[in-house]
Each structure stands twice: as C-alpha cells, then as structure tokens.
Design a binder for this molecule. Structure first.
Ligand code: AMP
Length: 140
C-alpha cells in the first residue's frame, strides 16, 4: 500500500465545541500521522477553491457562510492509504447515517454541520493541500 497525504479540516462547529484534541487523537490512534496543523480562519476565496465543485447546489451559500464563520484547524495527515483511511475514520457526510464511533457520528449534528472535512481522492488531497499549506509547512 502507498504512503499518502490527505487533508482534514476541523470545521468551525467542532472548534467551537472544543473537540480539536479529541478529533486529532482519533487520527493518531487509528494510524495516521499529523504532519502539519494550523488554526486559522478561512477567507471566502479559500473556501470557494476547496468547495467550488458544489457551486449551485442548495447548500452552497450556507457552506460558504459556515466555513468562514470562525476558526478551523487545517490538518495534513500521512499514512498508508491515508485518503481512504481518513474517510473511514470521519464517516458519512450526514452524521445521522455515519457509523457509530466515527468522528461525524460523535461530533457532527447535521449534513451541513458535520465537524470535519476529508479529501475524497488523492487528486483532491493534492489540490486542497496545495491551496492551504506552503510546501515547507508539511513535515512529511
Ligand atoms: P463532500 O465533498 O461531499 O464531503 O461535501 C462537502 C461538504 O458540503 C460537506 O462536508 C457538507 O458540509 C456539505 N454538504 C454536502 N452535502 C450536503 C447536503 N446534502 N446538505 C448540506 N450540506 C451538504
């Protein structure tokens, strides 16, 4: 299996509820390594770059507003099969459909307040990490 890098964003709802530590420890306990992390507030322009694929969908304006509403934690994760493993650890987009023990099941409250983002493919991960981190900030 290949060693991959992927992106997680701990969203404003989870940051506000003080869940950063719990979420990071789940990644570590399940075999992913944190190779970059920063607490920041995203600009509308940055969110549009990450979520532009959803432009025009009914939830898009709320998504832009929510993702810029407060600080987020940007996290680069490294490990074997990291893209798929991260998606497994975070669970279904809708916390009500997410498997028990996943981050979204435990910390999310609705599809539009689901605690974390995870890149959905290796291609997206490379693109998203490139948008949000300088190469020298990732200790891979
Ligand atoms: P995805 O790339 O599929 O993870 O979706 C990106 C984000 O868009 C999700 O994490 C949600 O915040 C939001 N989203 C996706 N689908 C829905 C939906 N049906 N209703 C509300 N928000 C959604």
């Amino acid at each position: 299996m290949a060693i991959e890098l992927t992106l997680s964003i701990i969203k404003p709802d989870a940051v506000l509820k003080n869940h950063i530590g719990d979420i990071l420890s789940r990644f570590e306990r399940q075999g992913l390594r944190i190779v970059a992390a920063k607490l920041t507030r995203l600009s509308r322009w940055q969110v549009e770059k990450i979520y532009g694929i959803h432009e025009g969908r009914p939830f898009y304006q709320d998504l832009l507003q929510f993702m810029t509403s407060g600080p987020v934690m940007l996290v680069a994760l490294e490990g074997e099969n990291a893209v798929a493993k991260n998606r497994e650890i975070i669970g279904n987009t809708d916390p009500r459909l997410a498997s028990p023990g996943t981050i979204r099941a435990d910390f999310g409250t609705a599809a539009n307040r689901n605690a974390v983002h995870g890149s959905d493919s290796l291609e997206s991960a490379c693109y998203e990490l490139g948008c949000l981190f300088e190469p020298g900030e990732i200790y891979s």
